[in-house]
Write a protein that binds this ligand. Structure first.
Ligand code: FES
Length: 334
């Protein structure tokens, strides 16, 4: 069963299936609604239901309280329509993200390799290309469960049929220990959908960029680096990758070779718990040491929430304009 959804910003109403979230239906119709996690954890996708009724789905009170629900708010990534709807995004100031239609895809596992401590690279060749922006993510469907897990593409958009993901193992995790670190093999068929997310290099203003990633938060940054350099979108990129020890770093040779070949790019691996001949400490402290001022630069941050919060604070201290800071707080998909 389908309903019609009208977004208060104008535009044509779109059709929304009763068994899909408002967000998923909008993205499938190539209509933009603010969102980030698509899992009901960040609150970016709050909408006000001006007319009609929704099924709220699974909602955590900490993200959307009972009082908010009673006042007509809903999470677009969790709520599905019960009737025709008119909705207004609460986060209207959110930048309009990349516009690529959300699609279901199938593909074949080309590569599955251990690249760092508890970290695997998964490369999938899609049957049909996926249009996406550097920084976005896809949802991999765990076979037999229907459960979806979010992983950022690490490849640039011009490799639209060969998707690369970096996956961190979670003990007992259905998708990781049970599948990607368990039964999955090269040659296996895989289902996924994408692209999703508003963390993307969509409107580079021609200023140098600082990229800061923690752990597998490197994935979308690798996509952004390769895309930005190949399209000559920014005059310079400093990539910081933080890990606890050398065993947590990966693609070091790739980034060192890129740095040697392209004077626009600088690579800064940082270890927080191990002495070595490179930078040590918290990755954000190293950025503070390296830049007397970040004014006139932009930043792309992806990693655990504590790292992202610390990085935002550090960049603001160095006078980076808040509108130039783009962030993705990743949640490790079990
Ligand atoms: Fe809906 Fe994060 S809560 S996108």
């Amino acid at each position: 069963m389908e309903h019609s959804v009208t977004v208060s910003d104008g535009g044509q109403p779109f059709r929304a299936a009763a068994n899909r979230s408002v967000l998923e239906s909008a993205l499938r119709e190539n209509r933009w609604l603010p969102h980030a996690c698509s899992q009901g954890t960040c609150g970016t996708c709050k909408i006000r239901v001006l007319c009609g009724e929704v099924d709220h789905g699974r909602v955590d009170d900490a993200v959307l309280s009972g009082a908010e629900r009673a006042s007509g708010l809903a999470l677009a990534c969790q709520a599905s329509p019960r009737t025709d709807l008119t909705v207004a995004p609460l986060n209207e100031a959110a930048p309009v993200g990349p516009r690529h239609p959300l699609r279901d895809h199938t593909g074949t596992v080309l590569e599955l390799a251990d690249i760092a401590r508890r970290t695997r690279r998964l490369v999938v060749e899609l049957d049909e290309p996926m249009e996406f922006s550097a920084g976005q993510y896809a949802e991999l469907i765990v076979p037999g469960s229907g459960v979806a897990r979010q992983y950022s593409m690490a490849n640039p958009p011009f490799e639209s049929r060969r998707l690369e993901f970096h996956v961190r193992k979670v003990d007992g995790g259905l998708a990781t220990e049970g599948w990607i670190f368990g039964s999955l093999r090269p040659g296996d068929r895989i289902e996924l959908r994408g692209p999703l997310g508003q963390f993307a290099l969509v409107r580079p203003q021609g200023e140098p960029a600082i990229l800061i990633g923690g752990g597998t938060g490197l994935a979308p940054l690798k996509s952004i680096v390769r895309h930005a350099l190949s399209e000559d979108l920014v005059p310079g990129i400093d990539l910081y990758h933080g890990g606890r020890g050398q065993a947590d770093l990966y693609d070091v040779d790739f980034f060192r070779a890129l740095e040697a070949a392209d004077s626009r790019f600088r690579y800064h691996p940082v270890l927080s718990e191990e002495q070595w001949d490179g930078a040590t400490g918290m990755v954000t402290d190293v950025v503070l040491d390296d830049f007397a001022s970040c004014r006139g630069r932009s930043a792309y941050l992806c990693g655990p929430p504590a790292m992202v919060t610390a990085a935002v604070k550090a960049l603001k201290r160095r006078r980076m304009a808040p509108r130039s800071i783009f962030k993705e707080e990743f949640t490790v998909g079990a």
